[in-house]
Ligand binder design. Sequence first.
Ligand code: SAM
Length: 262
Amino acid sequence: MHKWDARDYRQSSGAQLKWGRELIAKLGLQGVEHVLDIGCGDGKVTAEIAASVPGGYVTGIDSSTEMIATARETFPPDKYRNLRFMVMDALELNFEAKFDVAFSNAVLHWVEDHRPVLSGVHRCLRSPGKILFQMGGKGNATAIMNIILALLVQPGWRDYFIDFESPYHFYGIEEYGKWLKETGFITHRIELVPKDMTQPGREGLASWLRTTWHPFFNRIEPARQQEFMDQVLDAYLKEYPADAAGLVHMDMVRLEVEAEKT
Ligand SMILES: C[S@@+](CC[C@H](N)C(=O)[O-])C[C@H]1O[C@@H](n2cnc3c(N)ncnc32)[C@H](O)[C@@H]1O
């Protein structure tokens, strides 16, 4: 289990919020649906879904107790009456025919085996019910990943990364289509969508890395984490310097999945 810094994430997740909003717009909500947000994080995307369904309700689940504590504190139930948060793993969804929509933004690339997630989602949806997921997909963040992977085997760092496995699983269209079919869904769309993610300069890139690439940094003793960060930033910015507006660009690829339980 990876430990998230929920407050830091709240400050450094502008890109995830932007993409979350684009994804909510694709849901075409009528305002009365019951929605499950899988991996809701600090809850700000979940709260935007809740604002779109004043006659329905939204449940955000996340495996991180820190994230759920921050979400509950930011969006208390007395003020956000159609919104609640629960600590729950996506691999162990514990609902029966409760939701019209299962939504997930920037989460499922943290999961290696999607079949138990999809079976759980199938169980927790009503008929008809729909899925809209977006996650890191095949080819995601290749440039920064290559730089980090090259650093991990350098003499000064490799001892920290013995037996290390990347926490990310970036899947493609064919394997996802197979898993949806196996778990009883009708697939409407599976797409790999290239996205240019921008971060405000070196600091923005550093805060995005610090908050979402923490499994790499946490392998290193705290006194040396900044040195590792500086080497990643130097190498990335040398190859991909900020543009004239000071923005650093990242080559992201998102896997977007739309499917239905009939
Ligand atoms: C990058 S954050 C995205 C949060 C939110 N969906 C957003 O758009 O801002 C990834 C979240 O996925 C959660 N997560 C990762 N693996 C999970 C799992 N197996 N079950 C539930 N949540 C998970 C993490 O705890 C973290 O809160």
